[in-house]
Design a protein around this ligand. Structure first.
Ligand SMILES: *Cc1c(COP(=O)(O)O)cnc(C)c1O
Length: 321
């Protein structure tokens, strides 16, 4: 496996590979939010991507790049949910057997969807067991290829195709807000933004409860933390990656944080005003943009809505709390 840091050329190659398989998702606007921020806001709706999140892009690209022998032997991955579904669906489309290591407390909808796509699900306790060790052991014992959720060049390149599509559609932006977990989405987005809109300020946004990315960015070394307790289950990562961190360190403008109550407010806004379901992690970008408010006056802003996979019961509970 190559461990080279990907470039924009890899994003462009990924765009060709996923074409006809991934959706070219819509870009939505809202007069209400434009009035609130005094800006022009463009929402890239990856909540409407296949399997409900941008992760299909990276997973499909990574599996497409495997050799025939690797495809036949199968793949293994670990994920809090969306990467699992993305690998399971991509594997089914490409005829590759997939084993998925998921946390015991992963949202029921995500576990059910992963199994529904034909993935072989193995569970672990995310507070006491090391998913990377489990994945590595399974890969070694069974000759499987490990496709990690973010620290992989083909995954990063695939994730970058969402912002490539966004900027190709909107033209240059002044600022872009991207949810941040392990940094696959942010680093891919940076490759596209730096190429297509070099002046654009690009912010990664992570949950307040787990600001390892912000601390890593500001100190220059990868900070490790305990699994943070937050409703943003897609960003409960413990550290940035060996490949994602250098890209973020070099090209991001800053890393911001958002609180759980602010994510709920954004979720309510998307559902009530824009008629779309966005999962808590997918709300990080808007929550941060709302806090910046005055700095964004009269600017053209991109906000990446990274996913929409939230159980309806949990959605209702969060909104009624
Ligand atoms: C995985 C995920 C993220 C974070 O992506 P990284 O590449 O780990 O930074 C954000 N939002 C959603 C919906 C996700 O599934």
């Amino acid at each position: 496996m190559t461990q080279d840091i990907p470039t924009y050329a890899d994003v462009a190659a990924a765009a060709d590979r996923i074409k006809g398989h991934a959706h070219h998702t819509p870009v939505l606007t809202s007069r209400t939010i434009d009035a609130e921020l005094g800006a022009s806001v463009f929402f890239k709706c990856e909540n409407l991507q296949r399997m409900g999140a941008f992760k299909f892009r990276g997973a499909f690209n990574a599996l497409s790049c495997l050799s025939e022998a690797q495809k036949q032997a199968g793949v293994v991955t670990f994920s809090s949910g969306n990467h699992a579904q993305a690998i399971a669906l991509s594997a089914r489309i490409l005829g590759v057997p997939a084993t998925i290591i998921m946390p015991l407390d992963a949202p029921a909808a995500k576990v059910a969807a992963t199994k529904g796509y034909g993935g072989n699900v193995i569970t672990y306790d995310r507070y006491t067991e090391d998913r990377e060790a489990i994945g590595t052991r399974l890969a070694e014992d069974n000759g499987l290829t490990l496709i990690p959720p973010y620290d992989h060049p083909h995954v990063i390149a695939g994730q970058g195709t969402a912002v490539k599509e966004l900027i190709e559609e909107t033209g240059p932006l002044d600022a872009l807000f991207v949810p941040l977990g392990g940094g696959g989405l942010l680093s891919g987005s940076l490759l596209s933004a730096r190429e297509l809109s070099p002046e654009c300020a690009v912010y990664g946004v992570e949950p307040e409860a787990g600001n390892d990315g912000q601390r890593s960015f500001r100190t220059g070394t990868i900070v490790h933390i305990e699994t943070p307790k937050t409703i943003a289950d897609g960003a409960q990562t413990q550290h940035l990656g060996q490949l994602t961190f250098p890209i973020i360190q070099h090209a991001a403008t800053d890393i911001l944080t958002a609180s759980d109550p602010d994510l709920v407010d954004a979720m309510r806004f998307f559902a009530s005003r824009m008629k779309i379901i966005v999962e808590p992690t997918g709300c990080l970008g808007l929550a941060a943009a709302r806090m910046m408010n005055t700095e964004l006056k009269s600017k053209r802003i991109g906000v990446l809505l990274s996913g929409g996979n939230v159980d309806m019961e949990r959605f209702c509970t969060l909104l009624s709390a």
